[in-house]
Design a protein around this ligand. Structure first.
Ligand code: THG
Length: 367
């Protein structure tokens, strides 16, 4: 038998207890936290997300708070997207790059006030990075992790459930916009967002002691729509072409290579980290691009722990960074990070652990 031993360096999500009571069966590690991944029926959880409404503990989407006179200045130094017209109450999907233009995080930035921002981060230590940059540049800003944890309500029926709990005003929220409010006295911010393309909201809980209560409020309210517990579903996010930075990237990947050009503003000030490198990459051209791949064969063959080489005419042209059985396309599909000379439509081979597999490169999203 193998037992997982928690310690004080593994931050518990405020929803984890409720998730376990609801039958959590599998989890991952993300941002040094336990990330629920399945309640024992991955296919059922997938179809509930596609057709109904699903409730997710995504407390692993940790917040990094920037507060103070130079908070806006620091935000623009950290992210390679123009924030000058970002309004209070608005969120934006952004890239954080290092000085070489390599992307290492892709948070949602939330502007709560002119001098207050949250970066709702993917899996790498942005707080440490932000502190170092702020200190090196002598900025007047406080950086901390606030007591804020997201829970997602996702799927085509999510809006009905959330409107039932907080009111019809949520129907008017634009994508990534949010509003702070209370649910039965529990302080939250509600944003139209979530790591799926099926629509939905994230409820940012602002006081961890109410995790189980907030979970149960939505569990109860969602019963007429058959809500159930779930988690970010790999088949759905791959079908939808959503990138997982860290999973689909390596330590040389720039945002252009992974279809993020529309979130990069090359005209931001020169002191934005990585922007000078990105301008140069834009002029000189980048080396790889990310395409979808559809593999032959009709048995599920997901990617294991390791990325797999992709070859064409006997030469390595790139790597498969994820692969999953698509319930809607009825094929194994994945993301291919390949040389830019290799076009959409190319027939390739993947050196899978079980043997060679033929595949075809396609445009994303798949669906
Ligand atoms: N919610 C919150 N924090 C997060 C995530 C989230 N932090 C980590 C991770 N997810 C960040 N990554 C993404 C990636 C894609 C999207 C959101 C967060 C996304 N993208 C849409 C797309 O690519 O089509 C829309 C982007 C746009 O058009 O602006 O939604 O999920 N709190």
């Amino acid at each position: 038998m193998f037992l997982f031993q928690p310690n004080s360096r593994i931050k518990p999500s405020p929803f984890l207890e409720a998730a376990i009571l609801d039958g959590l069966k599998m989890a991952n590690v993300y941002n040094r936290m336990i990330m629920p991944t399945s309640y024992g029926d991955p296919e059922g959880e997938y179809w509930r997300l596609i057709n109904g409404v699903s409730q997710w503990d995504v407390g692993v989407e940790r917040q990094v708070q920037l507060k103070g006179k130079d908070a806006a200045k620091l935000a623009q130094i950290l992210v390679t997207r123009d924030l000058s017209r970002c309004e209070v109450g608005q969120g934006k999907y952004v890239a954080i790059c290092d000085h070489r233009g390599t992307i290492f995080n892709d948070p949602i930035l939330l502007k709560l006030a002119d001098d207050l921002f949250w970066l709702s981060i993917a899996d790498s230590d942005v707080e440490l990075w932000a502190r170092a940059i702020a200190a090196e540049r002598g900025l007047d800003v406080e950086i901390c992790e606030p007591d804020v944890s997201p829970m997602a309500i996702q799927g085509p029926k999510a809006e009905d459930v959330v409107a039932h709990v907080v009111g019809n005003w949520v129907r008017e929220l634009k994508y990534f916009w949010f509003r702070e409010c209370e649910i039965e006295g529990i302080p939250v911010a509600i944003q139209r967002s979530g790591w799926s393309k099926q629509g939905g909201f994230e409820i940012y809980l602002k006081d961890a002691q109410f995790g189980t209560r907030l979970w149960n409020i939505f569990k109860e309210a969602g019963k007429p729509w058959d809500i159930g517990p779930g988690a970010p579903a790999t088949p759905e996010r791959v079908e939808s072409g959503l990138v997982s930075v860290g999973g689909d990237t390596d330590d040389e990947t720039n945002p252009f290579e992974i279809r993020m050009e529309k979130y990069i503003d090359l005209h931001v000030p020169d002191d934005t980290i990585g922007i000078q490198a990105l301008r140069q990459i834009k002029v000189e051209g980048f080396r790889r691009h990310q395409l979808g791949i559809i593999l032959e064969g009709d048995t599920p063959a997901p990617l294991g722990v390791h990325r797999e080489d992709i070859v064409a005419s006997g030469k390595k042209i790139g790597m498969l960074t994820n692969c999953v059985w698509s319930y809607r396309l009825k094929a194994n599909i994945g993301f291919a990070l390949v040389d830019r000379a290799v076009p959409v439509g190319a027939q390739v081979e993947v050196l899978r652990q079980a043997g060679r597999s033929n595949g075809r490169l396609v445009e994303m999203p798949f669906l």
